[in-house]
Design a protein around this ligand. Structure first.
Ligand SMILES: O=C(O)CCC(=O)C(=O)O
Length: 321
């Protein structure tokens, strides 16, 4: 679902209805060209600061369909309040030697850009983004958030030739609250196309696909306390409210993935239960995007202590000023 209008005050009723029906919403031109340029310049500046001689060479791995081999070393697990760099698997040869220059080797940069990087922080506050449509706070209000908290942010580079595929997943598997409440804000900083690995979505799956699994830190008492693992979700599998449930799957059994090619500057909103994915970038063109996620921080929503991502000392960042 794509929509051309997105007023300063948040989502229109039509946009909100489309998001509720499909589980995602594309808002073209959400960022002005000058904001896009400044975020791309900041991305290049951050890549310049990467010093591979002191880097643990942590690669970003999704763990495939099961998530069992998801990245989970200390460098990753302690990145929630830092700006860190995770490398592409295919930037290495079979002997483990890096075969790409550093600017072409990074899969993603995360996870505290929204606080530590001034240009990305100002996107969050809506300041210095002249012409911005649908500020994050206004969108969160439209979606009914009481106390939205930004818990992570990332630049995903999807490098030319090697940018890895992201298998089908839902974001609440990784950013679990009970009940689920995650929403992703995904901004294209370069055009995202079928060739360079745009997103695709299973429309409506947020209403019938339960959060079956969760990515957690390994239990220190049982295992060695390091790393992550997928466990069965014992908590709520759907957000609060009507219109959710596994019984709806039959009605939607024929649903197929829909690709979301978008221009630089577009915002894609992604419901935390929505199944989505992206393919490997085999083209010569990169696909840099910026994404952050929010969860509901209000009473009645529990952030799980075993989640791979734990809050920084100051707590997750409040979106409402
Ligand atoms: O940008 C991509 O290719 C995947 C991003 C994604 O799936 C997510 O942020 O949940």
């Amino acid at each position: 679902m794509s929509s051309d209008t997105a007023p300063e005050e948040g989502l229109t009723p039509d946009q909100l209805a489309a998001f509720q029906r499909d589980g995602y919403l594309i808002i073209p031109d959400a960022l002005s060209p000058s904001t896009v340029s400044s975020l791309l310049a900041e991305t290049q500046r951050l890549l310049d600061t990467l010093d591979l001689s002191t880097h643990p060479l942590t690669r970003f791995r999704t763990g495939g369909e099961t998530g069992d081999d998801h990245v989970g070393d200390d460098y990753f697990l302690s990145s929630g309040d830092k700006i860190r760099f995770f490398l592409e698997d295919d930037a290495f040869d079979s002997s483990g030697n890096l075969i790409k220059p550093k600017h072409r080797a990074v899969n993603k940069i995360g996870h505290y850009l929204h606080v530590l990087s001034p240009p990305f922080a100002s996107l969050l506050s809506g300041s210095d983004n002249e012409g911005m449509k649908a500020s994050p706070a206004a969108v969160a209000r439209s979606l009914g958030f009481t106390d939205p908290r930004v818990l992570q942010s990332m630049v995903i580079c999807k490098q030319p030739e090697i940018g890895g595929a992201v298998p089908p997943h839902m974001d609440s598997t990784f950013l679990y609250t009970d009940p689920p409440s995650a929403v992703g804000f995904w901004y294209a900083l370069e055009d995202a196309t079928l060739e360079n690995g745009c997103l695709s979505f299973l429309p409506g799956s947020h209403r019938w696909a339960p959060v079956e699994k969760r990515l957690v830190r390994k239990d220190a008492e049982i295992k060695d306390g390091k790393g992550t693992e997928m466990v069965a979700n014992q908590g709520s599998k759907f957000p609060k409210g009507e219109g959710y449930g596994e019984e709806l799957q039959n009605e939607n059994g024929q649903a197929e993935y829909v690709s979301g090619e978008v221009k630089a500057g577009s915002l894609v909103l992604i419901h935390g239960n929505l199944l989505h994915k992206s393919e490997k970038n085999t083209s010569q063109k990169g696909r840099i995007i910026y994404t952050f996620h929010i969860i509901e921080g209000a009473e009645g929503f529990e952030y799980d202590k075993r989640n791979w991502l734990q809050p920084p000392a100051e707590g997750f960042t409040a979106l409402y000023g």
